[in-house]
Design a protein around this ligand. Structure first.
Ligand SMILES: [Zn+2]
Length: 189
């Protein structure tokens, strides 16, 4: 890898990793796909993500689940890109942010303080996803190719050829493909 170089420094995206983390709270391949079963689950997730928000209620859980579904449709490669951009812009127009200049001249971006939990979750996801698209391109929004996993992810690799959400899925896919080929090519000993 060589020595770290100043030119290689990639500044973190606003709300780094938030959209992907939110999407991973529903994993179809798990025995219980839904992570948000109670308001406490949602509170815990937001505290892990260091997104400050008022305590969640039952209604917030349902609304965040719906928001997560909407976010997921943006990863659908069969959809027209222009339409997806319009959808994301619609979300951004409902996502007020506050910019704060910190000592040392760093710029901090946060979901506007007075907003509700759902609004803050929407702001964090929409701003994070839009910044990721601006940096990596729309084509880097992917869905994992290893059945039954349908996890959405952003391919931030240099080559941009990632097909799986992680190593576990990549290994599972390769093992399954190997077995499939063996079965097709006749009996083995
Ligand atoms: Zn996967």
């Amino acid at each position: 890898m060589g020595q770290p170089d100043n030119n290689d420094y990639t500044p973190p995206l606003p709300f780094e990793g938030f959209a992907e983390a939110l999407l991973r709270t529903f994993e179809i391949a798990l025995p219980e796909p839904e992570r948000f079963l109670t308001p406490d689950d949602l509170d815990q997730f937001l505290s892990e993500q260091r997104l400050s928000a008022p305590p969640a209620g039952r209604r917030d859980v349902r609304t965040v689940q719906a928001l997560r579904e909407e976010l997921r449709t943006l990863f659908d490669e069969t959809r027209d890109e222009k339409e997806r951009i319009e959808q994301l812009n619609g979300m951004l127009s409902r996502s007020p942010v506050t910019l704060t200049l910190l000592p040392g001249a760093a710029l901090a971006l946060s979901a506007t303080h007075s907003e509700s939990l759902v609004q803050r979750v929407q702001t964090a996801s929409a701003v994070n996803l839009a910044s990721a698209i601006a940096r990596y391109g729309f084509s880097r929004l992917r869905v994992c190719a290893a059945d039954p996993c349908r996890d959405a992810f952003i391919d931030t690799s240099k080559k941009g050829a990632r097909r799986f959400c992680g190593n576990r899925c990549a290994n599972r896919w390769h093992v399954a493909t190997f077995r499939e080929r063996k079965k097709r090519d006749g009996p083995a000993n």
